[in-house]
Design a protein around this ligand. Structure first.
Ligand SMILES: Cc1cc2nc3c(=O)[nH]c(=O)nc-3n(C[C@H](O)[C@H](O)[C@H](O)COP(=O)(O)OP(=O)(O)OC[C@H]3O[C@@H](n4cnc5c(N)ncnc54)[C@H](O)[C@@H]3O)c2cc1C
Length: 384
């Protein structure tokens, strides 16, 4: 897509976000409420269906355009974590779903009738070590019975469908450690209260994350997504998209902090001059601005590789790491620039500071990215 069209998307998103002020997000944060009106507006405008092909009712755009959408939401002061998964979880259905699954779900996700914005991988006892997950799916006639536990599963209470990764063959009986797990589509209205219990987590940010308890939850066998025992591949495909999109959100956050802090530094007068006239205030902002611009190039590079269907695992990881480090540094510099007022909620810095911190940890932590680069790109021995 020509850059002028991406600029038009950015402008349209900025205009939509302008209807949802920072006070809107602050009020939600205080009550831990879900941004229903914002998500509806984004859905109605077609932005959350950006990656769904036109034949299923979506916009058929690429990841580069989707990145621009989420970046602008973050830059405007909003928190796209409330709905970003709607963009990339559907990729698993698109690439691995049967004809019937695609025709059943994708048009309804595109038109907003169904929300597919929850995916359940992380477990309390295994964490990042996904191939050791313990939740099981056992075949029982024309159904699977699900047993186990998940943690930090976001937006479950605000989604109709959830992608679930569970073990279908014991690890010892699988040829490779990445095999023996399968992906399933869970219809949440049927599942909750019938074998699935959802327990919200009281967390540092308003991200709607929950613990899930599966006690003999029965789901139809036809809800298996992709090939039996090859579910890791189903989720892996989506992980690159997720990391690149979240990196774009971090770029948006970094731009938000840099713009707000610069503006404040130019206005705030202490010792008879704007604090921004002091190099102690200027240089950290200039430095993180350069870091943000460099990280943005890596995000763009990774998105272009993804759109060209080229391998992009390392680039997606580097984009996510560099962008998350830039946004976190920008957040800290903004806190320092705003002085004491940074701590007052009405200035919004502390909320965004808390929100952007997430991305050094999730969806994958910095250490795990460094480990990937050290072993896969640099060829050093695996430490685990
Ligand atoms: C707000 C929020 C929302 C989330 N949403 C979802 C969701 O929707 N779906 C989902 O499935 N998950 C979700 N997660 C989970 C998230 O992906 C995990 O928290 C994250 O991957 C880290 O896993 P963990 O918390 O178990 O940390 P652990 O795996 O316990 O790791 C703890 C720390 O140790 C480090 N570490 C572990 N092993 C090594 C090693 N070998 N070498 C070096 N360092 C190591 C890690 O880098 C990390 O810093 C969410 C988490 C949060 C906080």
């Amino acid at each position: 897509m020509p850059s002028s069209e991406i600029e038009a998307i950015r402008l349209a998103v900025t205009q939509l976000c302008g209807k949802f002020s920072e006070n809107y997000w602050l009020a939600l944060d205080k009550t831990q409420a879900y941004p229903t009106e914002f998500v509806q507006a984004l859905t109605k405008a077609g932005f959350l269906a950006a990656l769904i092909p036109e034949e299923y009712g979506g916009s058929g755009l690429g990841l580069l355009e989707a990145c621009a959408i989420l970046e602008e939401v973050s830059r405007s002061g909003g928190h796209p974590g409330a709905c970003h998964a709607q963009m990339y979880v559907m990729g698993a259905v698109l690439r691995h779903g049967s004809k019937s699954q695609k025709e059943t779900y994708l048009p309804q996700v595109a038109n907003g009738v169904l929300r597919l914005q929850s995916f359940a991988i992380t477990e309390p006892t295994t964490g990042t070590d996904t191939t050791n997950l313990k939740t099981t799916a056992t075949r029982d006639g024309d159904q699977y019975r699900i047993n186990g536990q998940k943690v930090w599963i976001s937006r479950v209470e605000h989604s109709d469908l959830m992608l679930l990764l569970a073990r279908t063959t014991p690890k010892e009986e699988s040829a490779r450690k990445t095999e023996g797990m399968s992906a399933f589509i869970v219809e949440l209205d049927k599942a909750i209260g019938n074998g699935l219990t959802v327990q919200p987590i009281d967390a540092m940010i308003n991200h709607h994350s929950c613990e899930l308890f599966f006690d003999n939850l029965k789901i139809p066998a036809q809800n298996l997504l992709g090939v039996l025992d090859q579910g890791f591949r189903v989720v892996l495909d989506g992980m690159n998209a997720e990391r690149i999109l979240i990196a774009a959100e971090c770029i948006g956050d970094a731009r938000y902090f840099i713009e707000k802090a610069t503006s404040y530094a130019n206005e705030r007068v202490v010792f008879g001059r704007p604090i921004g006239a002091n190099q102690g205030i200027q240089f950290p902002l200039a430095e993180v601005y350069a870091q943000m611009r460099a990280a943005a190039l890596m995000v763009e590079h990774a998105a272009k590789l993804f759109d060209a269907e080229q391998p992009c695992g390392s680039e997606a990881n580097m984009a996510k790491m560099l962008a998350a480090e830039a946004s976190w540094k920008a957040a800290d510099i903004a806190m320092q620039t705003f002085g004491g007022f940074a701590f007052a909620k009405e200035y919004h810095i502390e909320r965004k500071f808390r929100e952007t911190r997430l991305y050094r940890t999730a969806p994958i932590s910095t250490n795990l990215i460094l480990s990937h680069l050290a072993t896969k790109d640099l060829g050093m021995p695996r430490s685990f």
